[in-house]
Design a binder for this molecule. Structure first.
Ligand code: FES
Ligand SMILES: [Fe+2]
Length: 320
């Protein structure tokens, strides 16, 4: 729901996740808490009120809440202790991979697996979140899609004259979907490359709205330091709009961070028009709903993986 860098002490951030209007509050020590951005009294938006670093005050009737969610004061009844039922519920938060994660349910599940963030050999950058008008599953599927590189990213990640996609591996190991030995031709396969050539990718999906890509370093493109990984998260505002977060981990600790950010922004901007044009916006899980080509093995496996998990939010299942 946020970048750890957004957690400035004594601030409030109004945000949306899974159709819920939420308020992320950071206390004077930088510790975040997450509440509904809706007063339990008459439903007014708390972020329209005030926050002094330790108490929130609702703009409507002035109820005050502590950062444990307890209602501390109801100005219409200054001598009465507010009952427990006037409290704000708070949600579980966790900081991981440079991002703040929220759980709105009572049963927190594992975060996406992204071991490259921790392995200490590279440098990780949290990119600015980008709003995208499509479902989480459409966005993740685009991230796994190989055959669009030569068209959507012509001159950057592909060339329409060299658009063939070789067969690659698809497997599910311990619940994680993996696309292995993916090889795609790129005009500039790495920092030291002098001509176009193949690059090797591997993808994983361990969460319905997130995926990782890892570029395996190779000699032709700069050796070990040419490798990188990306964790992409489509954080659903609702079923058909997301905020897309990306964490990029580069192996080269000396890398020019601004150049990395700019390059990734350019690539992502190239995807926006096409992904926002896709209909239906929710990902069709009935495999007969759209036509496929062999290069789509990964996206078909992702659709089956979602079906097996029972993921419905952001998907459709049209029967024919
Ligand atoms: S709606 Fe918040 S105090 Fe009444
Ligand atoms: Fe793309």
């Amino acid at each position: 729901v946020a970048s750890c860098g957004d957690l400035q002490p004594q601030t409030c951030l109004s945000l949306t996740l899974l159709d819920s209007r939420l308020l992320l509050v950071v206390d004077t020590d930088g510790k975040p808490s997450l509440f509904p951005d809706t007063c339990p009294h008459r439903g007014a938006q708390l972020s329209l009120g005030s926050f002094d670093g330790s108490k929130l005050q609702c703009p409507y009737h002035g109820w005050e809440f502590g950062l444990d969610g307890r209602c501390l004061y109801q100005p219409a009844h200054p001598d009465r202790e507010p009952p427990e039922a006037s409290s704000l519920p708070s949600y579980l938060l966790r900081e991981e991979y440079g991002l703040v994660w929220a759980c709105l349910g009572g049963n927190p599940q594992n975060l996406p697996k992204y071991p490259d963030y921790e392995d200490g050999t590279g440098r990780s950058l949290v990119l600015e979140a980008v709003p995208l008008a499509s479902s989480g599953p459409r966005i993740v599927e685009n991230f796994l899609d190989l055959a669009h590189f030569p068209f959507v990213h012509a001159g950057y990640l592909g060339d329409p004259k060299i658009a063939g996609i070789d067969r690659y591996g698809v497997e599910v190991v311990e619940g994680v979907l993996r696309l292995t030995e993916v090889s795609v031709w790129q005009p500039n396969p790495g920092p030291l490359a002098t001509s176009g050539g193949p690059v090797s990718y591997e993808y994983t999906v361990s969460h319905p709205y997130a995926a990782t890509l890892t570029k395996t370093p190779s000699d032709i493109d700069g050796g070990d330091l040419g490798g990188f990984s990306i964790l992409l998260i489509a954080s659903p505002l609702n079923e058909i709009e997301c905020l897309v977060w990306r964490v990029v981990t580069v192996r080269d600790p000396e890398v020019d961070a601004e150049a990395q950010r700019a390059f990734n922004r350019t690539i992502f901007e190239q995807d926006i028009n096409v992904v926002e044009s896709q209909l239906p916006q929710r990902l069709p899980l009935n495999l007969r709903a759209e036509a496929h080509q062999p290069a789509d093995a990964g996206s078909l496996a992702y659709r089956k993986w979602l079906t097996e998990r029972g993921t419905t939010y952001g998907t459709v299942y049209e029967t024919d």
